[in-house]
Design a protein around this ligand. Structure first.
Ligand code: F6P
Length: 345
C-alpha cells in the first residue's frame, strides 16, 4: 500500500510564512517591512495576471507618450505602475515612491510610514508584445525625513549600501520573486492555482565564475577597447556562450543561477550607460553581493556610487566574482596606461 505521506505531498513554505519567520528572528521588528514585502508580492500577482492575458484585452503596444527617460511608454508599463502605486498606497507602509514611469517622486500621503520604495514597475518593455520575459525591480529604504512629513528626494538618495531590502520579480516561463533583506537571497516561485509564492530557491548563490556573457553586441564597435578585449577573450573560450534577451531581469536571473556576466558599457548614444542607478543597478547589486557576486561600474562597486539625481544612469557590470573581477582589473590597467601616456606628453 502506498504510504499516506506520499499521497499528499507538502506544498512547501509560502512567502508569507517565510517573511513571518524572518520577522520573528528580530525581537523588535514591528511587521511593517513584512507588510511592505507582502504588498509588493500582491501587486506582482496582479501584474502577472495582466501579463498572462496581455494579447487578449488590448493592453499591448505603445501608449503614445514617452517617460522621463525619453523612452516610449507601453500600456503595460503604465498598468504595472498604477498597480504598484495602488498596492503601496493602500498597504500604508510607504511614504513615497520613485518610479521609472514618473518624473517626480510620488507622495502616498501615508505620512507616518517609515519606508520609501524605488522601482521599475515593468522592465524590458520592448519584450512585452512578443511574449518574452519581463520583470519588476524594487529597492526599499528607511526614510531619513521626519515621520509625519511627506517624502523628500534625499530619502531615495541615501546610496546603495543604505537599502534595507531589494529584489525583483521575473515574469518568465514561471513567475519568481527574488529578494534580500541583507541576510542572503531567496527565491519564491508563483503557484498560479493557489495564488501563492512558495520558497523554491533557498539561499541563492551565484557560481564564482561562469561561461555566459550578456551584452548587446550590436554596439560592439562603440565599446571601449577594454570591453572589446574582454568580449574577445570570452569568445575564444570554446565552452563560452553569449546570451542576451534585452530584458535585464531575465538576463540577470539566468546569470545568477548559472554564472556569468551582464554588461552595459558606455556607448556613443549612452556615455554613462543606460541602466538607472536607483531602481535597476542598486537593487540588483545588493541581490548580487548577497549572493556572493560582484557589481561594479568599472571604477567602484555599484553600491558605492554616490547618487546625484533620482533618474540617473550608470555603466554597470553584474555577475560572477571572477568575471567581474577580471573585467575590473582590465579597466584599472587601461586607466593606468592612459594616465602614464598623458604624463609622458
Ligand atoms: O531598462 C532598460 C532595458 O530595457 C533593460 O531591461 C535591458 O537589459 C536593456 O534596456 C536593453 O537595452 P538595449 O536594447 O540597448 O540592449
Amino acid at each position: 500500500m502506498q504510504p499516506e505521506n506520499t499521497l499528499a505531498l507538502p506544498v512547501g513554505v509560502t512567502l508569507d510564512r517565510f517573511i513571518k519567520s524572518q520577522q520573528d528572528a528580530f525581537p523588535y521588528a514591528t511587521g511593517e517591512l513584512s507588510q511592505l514585502l507582502r504588498d509588493i508580492a500582491l501587486a506582482s500577482k496582479i501584474i502577472n495576471r495582466e501579463i498572462n492575458r496581455a494579447g487578449l484585452n488590448n493592453i499591448t503596444g505603445a501608449l503614445g507618450r514617452d517617460n522621463v527617460q525619453g523612452e516610449a511608454q507601453q500600456k503595460l508599463d503604465i498598468i504595472a505602475n498604477i498597480r504598484f502605486i495602488r498596492a503601496l498606497v493602500n498597504g500604508g507602509q510607504v511614504v513615497g515612491i520613485l518610479s521609472e514611469e514618473e518624473d517626480e517622486i510620488i507622495q502616498t500621503n501615508n505620512l507616518n510610514a517609515k519606508y520609501v520604495v524605488a522601482m521599475d514597475p515593468l522592465d524590458g518593455s520592448s519584450n512585452i508584445d512578443v511574449n518574452v520575459s519581463i520583470g519588476t525591480i524594487f529597492s526599499i529604504y528607511r526614510r531619513i525625513s521626519p515621520i509625519g512629513t511627506p517624502a523628500i528626494q534625499a530619502d531615495f538618495m541615501q546610496g546603495g549600501r543604505c537599502q534595507i531590502a531589494a529584489g525583483y520579480i521575473l515574469y518568465g516561463s514561471s513567475t519568481i520573486m527574488v529578494y534580500t533583506t541583507g541576510k542572503g537571497v531567496n527565491g519564491f516561485t508563483y503557484e498560479n492555482s493557489l495564488g501563492e509564492y512558495f520558497l523554491s530557491h533557498a539561499d541563492m548563490k551565484i557560481p564564482k565564475t561562469g561561461k555566459i556573457y550578456s551584452v548587446n553586441e550590436a554596439y560592439f564597435n562603440e565599446f571601449p577597447n577594454y570591453i572589446k578585449e574582454f568580449i574577445e577573450t570570452m569568445r575564444q573560450q570554446s565552452d563560452c556562450m553569449a546570451r542576451y534577451i534585452g530584458s535585464l531581469v531575465g538576463d540577470f536571473h539566468r546569470n545568477l543561477l548559472k554564472g556569468g556576466i551582464y554588461l552595459y558599457p558606455p556607448t556613443r548614444k549612452s556615455e554613462n550607460g543606460k541602466l538607472r542607478l536607483l531602481y535597476e543597478c542598486y537593487p540588483l547589486a545588493l541581490v548580487l553581493e548577497q549572493a556572493g557576486g560582484k557589481a561594479c561600474d568599472g571604477q567602484k562597486s555599484v553600491l558605492d556610487i554616490a547618487p546625484q539625481q533620482i533618474h540617473q544612469r550608470s555603466i554597470v557590470y553584474l555577475g560572477s566574482e571572477d568575471l567581474v573581477g577580471d573585467l575590473a582589473k582590465r579597466i584599472k590597467n587601461y586607466n593606468k596606461l592612459i594616465i602614464s601616456q598623458l604624463e609622458s606628453v
